[in-house]
Ligand binder design. Structure first.
Ligand code: SAM
Length: 225
């Protein structure tokens, strides 16, 4: 694991419980629902892996729609929270930069605001590894951020209200992530803005010109390799 990925992980382990709160709450439930809906509209099949699931709210919502969900997060404490909250859910500890599940075992992979914490140097390996978990035609859907001010990455000290936590955020322009997805064999890359009256007004995001978007890509039906 890179030092920065490990430092983020140590931070998430410190703040997972407070981030999860006493019970499941979505700060902008309408936006979260819209983003899940877009993923489900494009999904062919019912086997879904969620990466960076945090407290598991999206995974539980997918399961409630009848999808066969595997939730995953690299932070042990988030995995524990998911087990406590949703004992029926399949959840496991996994670093998305080294996916270790059987090849071609999912129809779709979903990630909300988690890939943004991966150091840029690990992004190619992560996308390539996640692609291998998808069946041909399988769907990857990630929520990422870009900065109108051209910021490529930033760290927030004291993340989650803990002075000992330093958290990395990585921003991708849409052309950059498209190029990275195509480079590891994905196709049909497309984008949707993720607007939110809650997040769009957050000072830490406003000051950096941060806008969220959803990117979709598919593993091609026929591999040229
Ligand atoms: C901002 S939280 C979002 C959690 C959840 N997706 C949500 O929307 O509520 C980011 C999550 O990504 C996870 N994460 C960050 N880097 C990861 C990695 N390399 N592998 C797996 N999970 C990671 C963190 O542990 C955390 O749960």
């Amino acid at each position: 694991m890179s030092d920065r990925n490990a430092e983020n992980l140590a931070g998430w382990e410190r703040v997972a419980r407070s981030y999860a709160g006493a019970e499941a709450v979505e700060e902008d439930a309408a936006m979260r629902q819209r983003v899940r809906d877009r993923f489900c509209e494009r999904l062919h099949g019912d086997r879904v892996l969620e990466v960076g699931c945090g407290p598991g709210t999206d995974a539980a919502a997918f399961a409630a729609r009848g999808l066969r969900v595997t939730a995953s997060d690299y932070a042990e404490d988030f995995v524990r929270v998911v087990r406590e909250r949703y004992p029926q859910l399949d959840v496991r500890q996994m670093d998305m930069s080294r996916p270790d599940l059987p090849a071609q075992s999912f129809d779709g992979i979903y990630g909300f605001a988690c890939f943004i914490h991966l150091p840029r140097t690990l992004s190619g390996r992560a996308l390539s590894g996640l692609g291998e978990l998808l069946v041909p035609g399988g769907l990857l859907g990630l929520v990422l951020v870009e900065s109108e001010k051209g910021i490529r990455e930033y760290t927030i000290e004291g993340w989650g209200g803990d002075p000992a936590v330093s958290m990395l955020f990585t921003c991708y322009t849409q052309p950059e992530i498209e190029q990275r997805l195509l480079a590891v064999g994905f196709a049909e890359v497309c984008f949707q803005p993720v607007r939110s009256p809650v997040y769009d007004e957050m000072p830490r995001l406003l000051e950096r010109g941060i806008r969220a978007y959803q990117v979709f890509a598919r593993r091609p039906l026929l591999s040229s390799g």
